[in-house]
Design a binder for this molecule. Structure first.
Ligand code: 9MG
Length: 279
C-alpha cells in the first residue's frame, strides 16, 4: 500500500489511522436560533474538532442523508466557501464534500485540500474541475441518488459490484491524468445498501481492496448502527466507535466521524494494542 495520500498543501502519512471530523454546514446542524445558518457556531465546532485531535475536516453544504432535499448551487457555495476561507489558516487539511463541479472548482480556488465526492466524479465536468489541482480525492460508491437510494437497493454480489465500480472509477481518473497518490476509496456505507449489505461489506472489506488505494470509511451515527442497537443518531456513539475500530482492523485508513475526541481516544487504544513494542 502507498503510505501517503497527496492532499493539497499536505502529504498525509497513512501508516497510522486518520480521523476526519464532519462539519455539516446546514441550518439544521448549526442554527442561529432563527433557523438561519450561524457561521460563528460552525467555526467554534471546527476549532473544537481540531483541539480534540482531528487530522482533517470535511465541510459539506448539502445533506446527503437519505431523502434529503437538494440545495441550489449558489446556496451551497455561500455555505462552504466562507468556511474554507476562514479555516485555511488552521494548518489542517480541509476536505469539501460536494458532487457539483462548480463547487469543487470554487472550493479549490479558496484553498480546499481535498474533494469528497459521494458520486465519484461522475457529474459532467467533475474530473476536469479537479484534474489540474493537487487535491486529494475521495471516491465513494453509491447506488442511485440520495433521495431514493434506500428504496429497495439490489445487488447480486455487493462486495464484487462495489469493488468493480471503485476500480473502474479509479482507472478512469488515472487515465484522465490524475495521480493515484491523490485517490482514496470509500465503499459508501449506507448509500444505496440494505443494512445486511452494509454489514456484508464491512465483514469482507479486505476482499474489496482495489490495488494499493487506501480506504476512507464512514459509519458515524448511521442507520446501519441504529438498526442493530435501536438508538437515535445522537445516541450511537458506542456503536460508531465499535464499527470504526472494526473498520481499522479490516484495513481502513481514514475514519469520517462526528465525535472526534472519542474516536481519537479509541484509535489510540487500537494503536497501542497493535504496537508490539509496547510491553
Ligand atoms: C458525505 N458523506 C456522508 N457519509 C459519507 C461516507 O460514508 N463517506 C464519504 N466519503 N462521504 C460521506
Amino acid at each position: 500500500m502507498s503510505t501517503t495520500l497527496k492532499c493539497g498543501r499536505f502529504e498525509l502519512d497513512l501508516r497510522r489511522p486518520l480521523v476526519m471530523g464532519i462539519l455539516n454546514v446546514t441550518p439544521d446542524s448549526f442554527s442561529d436560533g432563527t433557523g438561519e445558518l450561524s457561521l460563528q457556531r460552525v467555526l467554534e465546532r471546527a476549532h473544537q474538532m481540531v483541539e480534540d485531535g482531528a487530522d482533517m475536516l470535511d465541510i459539506g453544504g448539502e445533506s446527503t442523508r437519505p431523502g434529503a432535499d437538494p440545495v441550489p448551487l449558489q446556496e451551497e457555495l455561500d455555505r462552504v466557501l466562507p468556511l474554507v476561507e476562514a479555516l485555511h489558516g488552521l494548518n489542517i487539511p480541509l476536505s469539501v464534500d460536494t458532487f457539483k463541479p462548480a463547487v469543487m472548482a470554487a472550493a479549490l480556488k479558496s484553498g480546499a485540500d481535498m474533494i469528497n465526492d459521494i458520486r465519484a466524479l461522475r457529474e459532467p465536468g467533475a474530473i476536469e474541475a479537479v484534474k489540474d489541482s493537487d487535491c486529494g480525492l475521495c471516491i465513494m460508491h453509491m447506488q442511485g441518488e440520495p433521495r431514493t437510494m434506500q428504496v429497495n437497493p439490489h445487488y447480486d454480489d455487493v462486495v464484487a459490484e462495489v469493488r468493480q465500480f471503485l476500480e473502474a472509477r479509479a482507472q478512469s481518473m488515472v487515465e484522465a491524468g490524475i495521480s493515484p497518490q491523490r485517490i482514496v476509496l470509500d465503499p459508501g456505507f449506507g448509500f444505496g445498501k440494505t443494512v445486511g449489505q452494509n454489514y456484508t461489506m464491512l465483514r469482507r472489506l479486505d476482499q474489496m481492496r482495489v490495488g494499493d488505494y487506501p480506504w476512507l470509511l464512514g459509519f458515524s451515527r448511521k442507520s446501519m448502527l441504529g438498526h442493530v442497537v435501536g438508538r437515535e443518531p445522537g445516541e450511537r456513539l458506542a456503536a460508531s466507535l465499535a464499527a470504526a475500530l472494526y473498520g481499522l482492523e479490516m484495513g481502513g485508513h481514514i475514519l469520517r466521524v462526528h465525535d472526534v475526541a472519542e474516536t481519537v481516544d479509541a484509535v489510540k487504544i487500537w494503536r497501542t494494542i497493535k504496537d508490539e513494542s509496547f510491553v
